[in-house]
Design a protein around this ligand. Structure first.
Ligand SMILES: OC[C@H]1O[C@H](O[C@H]2O[C@H](CO)[C@@H](O)[C@H](O)[C@H]2O)[C@H](O)[C@@H](O)[C@@H]1O
Length: 562
């Protein structure tokens, strides 16, 4: 309708202005400590036309730019208001009963991590709904928990681990609010956005909405909540299996399978990193080559692994990103899980025909994962690379050489399905889990402070030596539930390394970090296009979840053992 069109056009106009402010600021302030995202997060404090007219002269010097920013814009993040979550209690009844640690150290720290929810809880300021043309922030009806630092808005896949932690903290209402906000986005846009900003409306992130709902349902038994969100889960499933993401591929026995890939609806620079993307694309000459690169960059952002050699033909050259030509192991694991979850929910609310359809869909995807992505020699699941020459008409033909044999933590993510049977047949048997576990053990990914993202040090943040909380958690949960005592021990070992490194880094820096360097205990991570961030939603969630799962006995050292 006309109102919606007007809204879209004023949002585009604001983003256009903010991107020009971003380029002007880079010229005026210089590249040192420059964060392009800051500028597209600025709320407009005056009339847009006036801010536009004054921009040309502002780029002349640092002083002029600083005066311009102060005159026409409010501070980034000021349109999100800090809130005290009403369901927060400093020490909730029944909180981590098995966490003690020497001298109560582990428990004291766990309570500090728990208290960080208060720092990260936000509500969208009323002005965002009243004057949406002044904000790239999207209005959300309920409170959120943000990752922290430059990540001032709610993020999609981060929210799964935030919710895992909130459930340990007994903050059930805050967990439900986060999901209801994501559902609000599905109702409005047809999918969960990468994050709640107008510049994230062209892509999603790894789809874990149904997993959030399942965890909340398991903790609260709230069937009304499941009923409320159910239609959005179906809508999200259509998004991930639609033509945009679906790939048909014929296996070596002539059977055709459907799997999904990441694919953003965008072929321009990412507004939050436009100056970076434009500089990279300046190495290319034609407009079409630049647009292709922008499309692959935004699609890598949809994967959550932005950026990684996983998506690059040449690991030292970002212009060789081919994200949309890759069938990723983790994405298909998440969708297989989504299909199982939907079947479970459908049954619970009495929609038996839908339950049957989704149960069949998850079995079909399971078969596809085993047939296209499993590599029995390596005992791992491997991303599958489609030909990039665009010759295929419709159905691709599987070829063994197209499995990417490089080692990534994602090669082990299907193990996670062990943790979530929900009455279904096991995804694979205990013997196979054991073989995968041994393959992980010798893969080169296991390090003193956790599991590395890959084995190549490319300077990208989703590569060696960085370890990320979500990857530790997915693999640990998978090993823990594989049915074998040895795998359980290994799971606890990885969780212990991770807890210790988070603890040591917290003690030395006073903060929880977005990522860690797995080579040594107590080291935070680096690399990538922005400065390492603290806060940090998913890291906090994973620590609380590990402490809940494994406890921390009185006699177990929590500091780094030398
Ligand atoms: O600003 C650059 C990119 O930042 C985000 O990605 C990283 O942070 C997210 C929030 O913690 C996380 O979900 C993602 O896995 C990280 O790589 C953002 O999601 C990107 O779209 C954005 O371009």
């Amino acid at each position: 309708d006309t109102d919606a069109e007007e809204g879209r056009s004023s949002s585009r106009a604001l983003l256009g202005l903010l991107q020009r402010v971003q380029s002007g600021a880079l010229r005026a302030l210089g590249p040192a400590n420059f964060d392009p995202k800051l500028y597209v997060d600025l709320p407009l404090a005056a009339d847009r036309a006036a801010a536009e007219a004054a921009l040309a002269s502002a780029s002349a010097s640092r002083e002029a730019m600083e005066a311009y920013l102060a005159r026409y814009f409010a501070a980034a993040g000021s349109d999100l208001v800090a809130v005290d979550p009403p369901d927060f209690e400093p020490e909730p009844r029944g909180f981590l009963p098995r966490v003690v640690g020497p001298g109560g150290e582990a428990r004291a720290w766990a309570l500090e991590v728990h208290a960080l929810w208060k720092d990260l809880a936000r509500e969208v300021a009323p002005d965002v709904a009243v004057r949406p043309g002044r904000h790239t922030l999207l209005p959300l009806p309920r409170r959120v928990v943000v990752p922290g630092s430059r990540f001032r808005e709610v993020y999609y896949w981060d929210s799964y681990w935030v919710i895992r932690g909130l459930l340990v903290s007994k903050m059930y209402d805050t967990a439900k609010d986060i999901v209801l906000n994501l559902v609000f986005l599905v109702e409005k846009y047809g999918f969960v956005l990468n994050g709640a900003r107008s510049y994230y409306t062209n892509r999603s992130q790894p789809p874990l909405l149904s997993s959030m709902v399942l965890e909340i349902y398991t903790a609260t038994g709230d069937l009304g909540f499941v009923r409320r969100v159910f239609p959005s889960l179906l809508k999200e499933h259509s998004f991930w299996t639609s033509e945009l993401h679906n790939v048909a591929i014929m296996d070596s026995h002539g059977l055709v399978h459907n799997l999904s890939r990441y694919q953003a609806m965008w072929n321009k620079p990412r507004p939050e990193s436009a100056t970076i993307d434009e500089e990279l694309a300046s190495k290319l000459t034609s407009t079409s080559a630049k647009e292709k690169l922008y499309h692959e960059i935004a699609s890598a952002a949809e994967s959550g692994w932005d950026f990684s050699s996983r998506w690059m033909s040449n690991s030292t050259d970002m212009t060789t990103l081919v994200t949309t030509f890759i069938i990723p192991v983790d994405l298909n694991t998440f969708i297989c899980k989504m299909e199982r979850d939907i079947a479970v929910f459908a049954k619970l609310i009495g929609e038996n025909a839908t339950a049957e359809i989704f149960s069949e869909a998850s079995k079909a995807r399971h078969k596809a994962i085993e047939s296209i992505l499993w590599n029995s020699e390596m005992e791992q699941w491997l991303d599958y690379w489609l030909p990039t020459d665009g010759n295929c008409q419709g159905i691709y033909q599987w070829e063994s050489k197209s499995q990417n044999r490089n080692i990534f933590a994602s090669n082990f993510i299907p193990l996670w399905l062990n943790a979530h049977n929900s009455g279904f047949a096991r995804f694979f048997d205990e013997a196979k889990s054991m073989r995968v576990m041994r393959s992980l053990w010798t893969s080169g990914l296991v390090h003193p402070a956790g599991i590395a993202t890959s084995v190549s040090n490319t300077g990208q943040q989703w590569d060696f030596p960085n370890g990320w909380a979500p990857l530790q958690h997915l693999i640990v949960e998978g090993l823990l539930n594989s049915g074998s005592a040895e795998a359980k021990k290994f799971a606890e070992d990885i969780a212990t390394r991770w807890v210790r490194t988070n603890y040591a880094a917290y003690k030395s820096t006073g903060a929880m970090h977005e990522k860690y360097d797995v080579e040594a205990c107590g080291k935070s991570g680096g690399g990538g296009e922005y400065k390492p961030q603290t806060g940090f939603g998913w890291s906090n969630g994973v620590i609380l979840s590990f402490l809940d799962e494994f406890g921390w006995p009185e006699d177990k050292e929590i500091g780094c053992s030398s």
